[in-house]
Write a protein that binds this ligand. Structure first.
Ligand code: HAM
Length: 420
């Protein structure tokens, strides 16, 4: 019997898997330059952290969590997102008692039991950045700009920024009530009517055309903002405009997690079909208090690594994958003694900083040379019994097929010189 990866998951294999590493690195390079420090939290947490932090009425918590009871009887959940764990870690270690904002970035797997389709997986990878403990529109703008810089560094040109604000605990209740009143008068099915009472903002996000058609005149948050929220949002917009970053005001942008206040945003790519968000985030001024901490106004985002790669594919940015170079030098030993000598030589080359591999599995010269070609190496080192006697090795340039004999004692330096 053989196994398949579980539904909604997949494997990254070489050479494309190298892209995953490169994409992660490119997306986090801007935040690292902006003073964000690396944080790594466990892959699983107390279930209650997500129930309280992300919100019981969200799809993520009510339908999509990988929750199990461990052998000690604790309810544990594989993290569906990274923000609640980061806030938990900051509070646990008292990082918020030092200089603020606390700036952190992370990278890792997230787990959501979703309906699997292209761009929507049950195991996926995010990079994220969070700035905790400061209420400053410049911090919101900084993070948005850093995400945009990451996408741009990958060569992506089709990423669009959608921007909204969700108000604060002062102005949101009145808006919520106005929205509920509007929604209750519509012709909606029972589950949707129930949602009006629990989480009316989510109804705005309903994709069904018959629902959307009725939502045309729905009250919008922007029309119900308090003076402070209005001024805050204006400042974020002005900073983004001054930075030359284009955005679209989307007064109906609703996020899938409950902790958001004020600034919310999404980066979307039109080449991805229905799962178009390549990243998203916003301000979460109340999250710390929701999980038992002090007031800690914060803002952050997470970018989807898998979807970013799909977006790059859609823009034709991944087509050179065939040219991927695995090693620079490939050893072809002919015979037992040569195999032992080549084993040492390859180790020396690697210590000298060169990427080197050799033929394994007792291949004949034909099979070994095929391996050399496939490895992407520029040079093959061919070593036979006669070469060892002469303390020499054949250096073959695989692009020109030109072959020269060089002294064994000098070959490392010669190759170093060729690649310097
Ligand atoms: P999110 O919008 O749920 O936000 O996820 C962020 C990004 O992760 C999405 O835009 C998408 O690219 C990717 N993503 C989400 N679900 C999936 C999936 N099932 N398959 C593939 N990719 C997916 C958060 O997670 C928040 N923690 C972001 C944040 C940080 N807000 C404040 N700080």
């Amino acid at each position: 019997m053989t196994f398949q990866a579980p539904k909604g998951t997949f494997d990254w294999l070489p050479p494309r898997s190298e892209r995953v590493l490169a994409v992660r690195e490119a997306l986090v390079a801007p935040v690292r330059r902006a003073g964000y420090g690396y944080i790594e939290t466990p892959t699983f947490e107390d279930t209650a952290l997500f129930v309280r932090g992300v919100g019981e009425s969200t799809d993520v918590v009510s339908k999509e969590m990988y929750t199990f009871t461990d052998k000690g009887g604790r309810s544990i959940t594989l993290r569906p997102e990274g923000t609640a764990p980061v806030v938990r870690a900051v509070l646990q270690h008292g990082l918020h008692n030092g200089q603020l904002p606390v700036k952190l970035w992370y990278s890792g797997s997230q787990f959501r039991y979703e309906r699997a389709q292209k761009g929507r997986y049950r195991h996926f990878s995010q990079v994220g950045a969070e700035a905790l403990g400061a209420e400053d529109p410049a911090l919101d703008a900084e993070l948005i700009l850093l995400a945009a810089d990451g996408f741009a560094a990958l060569g992506l040109t089709g990423v669009r920024l959608l921007l909204n604000t969700l108000g604060c605990k002062e102005c949101r209740p009145a808006y919520r009530a106005a929205l509920q009143e509007f929604l209750r008068a519509l012709d909606l099915d029972e589950p949707t009517r129930a949602r009006i009472e629990i989480n009316p903002l989510r109804v705005l996000d309903d994709k069904r055309p018959e629902v959307q058609a009725q939502l045309a005149g729905a009250p919008l948050v922007v029309d119900h903002l308090c003076e402070a929220c209005k001024a805050y949002h204006e400042e974020v917009r002005a900073l983004l405009a001054a930075a030359g970053l284009a955005y679209t005001d989307d007064p109906r942008l609703v996020r899938g997690l409950d902790y958001y206040t004020r600034t919310t945003f999404e980066f979307v790519h039109d080449g991805l079909g229905s799962q178009s968000a390549v990243g998203g985030g916003g301000r979460y001024d109340g999250l710390s208090e929701m999980i038992g901490g002090p007031a800690l106004p914060s803002v952050g985002w997470a970018l989807g690594v898998d979807r970013t790669i799909l977006a790059m594919e859609a823009e034709g940015l991944l087509e050179e994958d065939g040219a991927h170079q695995r090693v620079q030098v490939y050893g072809v030993p002919l015979g037992e003694e040569a195999r032992r000598r080549m084993f040492q030589l390859v180790a020396e080359l690697r210590r000298a900083g060169l990427a080197a591999d050799m033929a394994f599995g007792g291949k004949g010269v034909k099979g070994a040379m095929k391996g050399a070609d496939r490895s992407g190496a520029r040079y093959a080192l061919i070593l036979g019994g006669r070469d060892i006697e002469a303390q020499a090795v054949q250096l073959k340039d695989l692009t020109t097929a030109e072959q020269t004999e060089v002294p064994l004692a000098e070959v490392v330096d010669i190759l170093k010189g060729k690649f310097s």
